[in-house]
Design a binder for this molecule. Structure first.
Ligand SMILES: N[C@@H](CCC[C@H](N)C(=O)O)C(=O)O
Length: 369
């Protein structure tokens, strides 16, 4: 579903059907999720279904407001303008994010505590995290920051940066091939929107040095941890540790079970035990991987700070790096995730990892903070 793609009809006095007691569209405080003082943002537009009910029922995308009285309705909408957060929700293979236009400030509009509430799937908007589009730093076009759904702040997010690129393009009404430089906690990341709408991201170089991942597992290959033993919940697992700016622990199986069937795992049980294991001082994301062929892998992920998600972009990159280090795959792989496939390449020439996949709008709206 792509709500924003259908946003097409400008609000004018001719298509805005007002109750007779309200004479001008300017009486309304309608919400533009793309509103910003920055240049070249699209005009406030809506679909023909935005205001369609003669009983004054207003529907702003998926967020709706109903009021009985014309005067109290106006006041109600005006009141909501103060302390209101406009957002657009995007997803990359079901890994979903509340995107916030934070281009006027380096201070996130939402605190970690508010992020927890907003990401709640029952009492909030729902999301695996909240992402802030901020002014560039260190000479980049933009800065991306993210809070996980538990309020912690990771360094990077692969699916998130694809959504970020689409968000920036949508905010600026840009179409076709576009590329941006983005400063993140993992350094410079370069997403490029391609002609087919997918986003290819230069994710930079993987970090393998154990102390930088970080992991306390002893290095067993150069300075890195490759196919090393770790005991979790009484089971000896073989793991490889990779940072894509954020920490990942990758396993293809354990003692006596070298070939995982990932659908059989009880992720909710085993995931947190890896995440909080003493060997991972900054906690860890964990990927459980099944090998179909040397260019086709399947993974399930338990994310640090977000739990089981439908996809993890940095995780898929880390999985391919680990598979190559363990001699299990080629440099170009399709990685199947619960939400769909990602194409990953760890390129020999520049040592960078490249990730290609989709990013889509889910809905937009506003919420009182
Ligand atoms: N889903 C993301 C990773 C988000 C951050 C992660 N939970 C962490 O704490 O490191 C991705 O697509 O990479």
């Amino acid at each position: 579903m792509s709500t924003a793609a259908t946003v097409s009809v400008p609000i004018t006095s001719s298509n805005l059907r007002l109750p007779s007691s309200i004479t001008s569209p300017s009486s309304f405080s309608l919400i533009n999720p793309f509103k910003s003082s920055s240049s070249s943002f699209p005009k406030l537009t809506t679909t023909t279904s935005l205001i369609r009910n003669p009983n004054f029922r207003f529907s702003v995308s998926a967020m709706s407001v109903a009021a009985q009285e014309t005067l109290s309705q106006t006041a109600f909408l005006d009141r909501r303008e103060s302390g209101v957060l406009h957002f657009v929700k995007y997803h990359g293979l079901g890994n979903d994010f509340i995107m916030v236009n934070n281009l006027e400030s380096m201070e996130p509009k939402v605190t970690p505590e508010q992020a927890v509430k907003l990401c709640d799937r029952n009492f909030g908007i729902g999301g695996d995290g909240i992402i802030f589009a901020m002014p560039g730093s260190n000479g980049t076009d933009y800065t991306m920051r993210i809070f996980n759904s538990d309020g912690s702040e990771p360094e990077m997010c692969g699916n998130g940066v694809r959504c970020f690129a689409k968000f920036i393009a949508d905010l600026n009404n840009l179409h076709g091939r576009q590329s941006f430089t983005v400063h993140t906690g993992a350094g410079l990341i370069v997403p490029e929107i391609q002609d087919d709408g997918k986003v290819k991201v230069d994710m930079g170089e993987p970090v393998l040095k154990a102390s930088d991942v970080p992991t306390k597992l002893p290095a067993n290959k150069d300075q890195s941890v490759v196919k090393a033993k770790i005991e979790v919940d009484g089971v000896n697992w073989n793991v490889t540790c990779v940072s894509m700016g954020n920490p990942h622990c990758i396993t293809f199986g354990g003692e006596g079970d070298e070939n995982l069937v990932v659908d059989e795992l009880n992720l909710a049980d085993i995931g947190p035990k890896f995440e909080h294991h003493a060997m991972f001082p900054a906690r860890t994301n964990t990927e459980f991987v099944q090998v179909f062929s040397r260019s086709h892998l399947k993974m399930r992920v338990w994310e640090r700070g977000a739990g089981a998600t439908l996809a993890c972009g940095t995780g898929a990159c880390a999985v391919v790096v680990a598979a190559i280090l363990e001699g299990r795959s080629e440099r170009n792989c399709t990685v199947d995730l619960p939400g769909g496939p990602l194409e990953i390449e760890w390129r020999e020439e520049d040592n960078h990892v490249y990730m290609t996949g989709p990013a889509e709008v889910v809905f937009y709206g506003s919420v009182q903070l």
